[in-house]
Design a protein around this ligand. Structure first.
Ligand SMILES: Nc1ncnc2c1ncn2[C@@H]1O[C@H](COP(=O)(O)OP(=O)(O)OP(=O)(O)O)[C@@H](O)[C@H]1O
Ligand SMILES: [Mg+2]
Length: 218
């Protein structure tokens, strides 16, 4: 069971969902791999790669989880250019293809984020053929962003679309968005919305409960 967690945008809840998927896998007795091929900005201690590695059971070396750690909080290709570094897309493809067993890959930002001069995240999704979990905001704007991402993913196996309410603001679209998207994409399994929960422990429990059916159905 391998899943590629991508999103309609940056900051939509990909890491929260990827961590939840890994925890559910571990709870089921699996030893999943975590993979965050490119990561930009932030500190190592609370990076996505570190969180994913912990959630997966801490058996991987950090350099196996994240191939390219970039300083500036920018799209990987842009951050790399600043540092005068060259990112090898084929190295990432080989690495992800070579991961054995079950696990979760988290992309960077959304699908059309550049990861070198000629490739975007979606090129990795298509190259590795790992089923996708698309994370989307639960609120206003998500019908548009989710539809755009799903059209971009035509022909790719979809495990689920997960709606996440990552902010506290009152938004009357939250209760209706999932139904509206289900009508538009009747063959896509939707999950959520995962409610806003500021307490990390309670949030983790909510996320695990929400993503459990994605694992159970595979
Ligand atoms: N259900 C929720 N309730 C409250 N806060 C949430 C919820 N889901 C996500 N968040 C918060 O929203 C922020 C963005 O989430 P996350 O880091 O998972 O996004 P991301 O898509 O992985 O971002 P990036 O593109 O930087 O990798 C985090 O601070 C996270 O804790
Ligand atoms: Mg993330």
């Amino acid at each position: 069971m391998r899943l590629f967690v991508t999103g309609t945008d940056t900051g939509v809840g990909k890491t929260e969902i990827a961590v939840g998927l890994l925890r559910v896998m571990v709870a089921r007795g699996l030893t999943p791999f975590a993979c965050k091929p490119w990561e930009s900005g932030g500190r190592d201690a609370d990076s996505d790669a570190t969180r994913l590695r912990h959630a997966a059971g801490d058996w991987q070396r950090p350099a196996e989880v994240c191939l390219y750690r970039l300083k500036a909080p920018l799209a990987p290709a842009i951050a790399a250019e600043r540092e005068g570094r060259r990112l090898s897309f084929s190295r990432v493809v080989r690495h992800v293809r070579g991961l054995e067993g079950d696990g979760v890959v988290e992309g960077a930002g959304g699908l059309y984020v550049p990861v070198d001069r000629t490739h975007d995240v979606i090129d990795l999704v298509r190259a590795v053929k790992v089923p996708v979990v698309l994370v989307a905001r639960a609120g206003l704007g998500t019908i548009n962003h989710t539809s755009l991402s799903l059209h971009a993913l035509e022909g790719v196996e979809l495990a689920a679309v997960v709606l996440v309410q990552g902010t506290k603001v009152a938004d009357p679209s939250v209760p209706t968005n999932r139904r509206a998207l289900e009508r538009r994409f009747p063959n896509v399994p939707f999950v959520g919305p995962v409610p806003f929960e500021p307490n990390a422990k309670r949030r983790a429990a909510l996320v695990e409960r929400a993503v459990e059916p994605i694992i159970a159905s595979r």
